[in-house]
Design a protein around this ligand. Sequence first.
Ligand code: GLY
Length: 371
Amino acid sequence: MTEIVKNSLDRAVYQYRNMHKTLPDTLFPKSIDKEGKLVTNPRQWWTSGFFPGSLWYLYEYSQDESMKQIAIKRTAVLKKEQYNNMDHDIGFKMLCSYGNGIRLTKDSTTVSILIKSAESLISRFNDSTGVIKSWEEFKGYTYPVIIDNMMNLELLFWASRVSGNRKYRDIAISHADKTIENHFRKDYSSYHVLAYDSGTGEVLAKKTAQGAADESAWARGQAWGLYGYTMTYRETKDQKYLDQAKKIADFILNHPNLPEDHVPYWDFNAPDIPYTLRDASAAAIMASALIELSSYTNDKGDKYLDAAEKIIRSLSSEEYIAKAGENGNFILKHGVGHKPGNSEIDVPLSYADYYFIEALIRLKKTKKLKK
Ligand code: GLY
């Protein structure tokens, strides 16, 4: 495994150095188009924190001062996002970028940016629902909450820890509890979108936006849930979140439609399995979460770690990892962004890269692999 992890991280460093050289100063890499040309997004888009975040991880790996300078520069472009409360994605954007920067440099000058970001995020919470609103509107519903939102709670736990103010953490816990209550099916798969009534807190509808059907298990959604509850257990040490994470992991790993190489189809219930696409982004998020989960579970730890290693082997193979200088300088191929929306299908995605790098670094630390 040492060799695989090293080769993949070295490839990541190579690709992202080139990415930095070709990328305009104020934009972020999103994907590539049909001609293989880089597609970028401005800071407001939900994925904008992943490139700076990946650069921070690659600095952590390489200890190369020039990588640190690139990470600082790309992170700073996000500064104004601390005020953006138009959707829930501020957690993804700011913790992946500024959060990793603070973790690695101990630079306290940017702490207030993250506290303000947490404040922006909780402005989307209401007591009647007990959850943070993800989007302003979805199919006529005005209080939609998506499973992805579990990921943004990490910013709130961080903000309470650093500021000493419990309010962020209390909201995160409320959101996590309500999501257990409402978002999951009996088999521990999750719906993508829930529509709440903002006045009564009642769940009005259970829908999908990016999955194959309302009742299907969209692969990345399952990955967000797994990662989200593993992180919530880390932050609270409350057994119920660990139980939830294990149930989600077991749903994924025992699913008859999970391929042998453990890179899931874009939806566990996609109608045309096995003649449909895999989603490398879901696989990368799952791998990273499973490595962390394995460290909390005596009974199933090996099973989760073995599964994560299998994913990392698969994503590090030629089928998924880009050749040096190819793939628009992204690291992984074969991600699926929004299949029903006919957008970003079988392409590189900045979040697939971010969670792949995170998984590689986590595995390196967990197994104490040599550089
Ligand atoms: N949070 C959006 C997605 O996973 O596509």
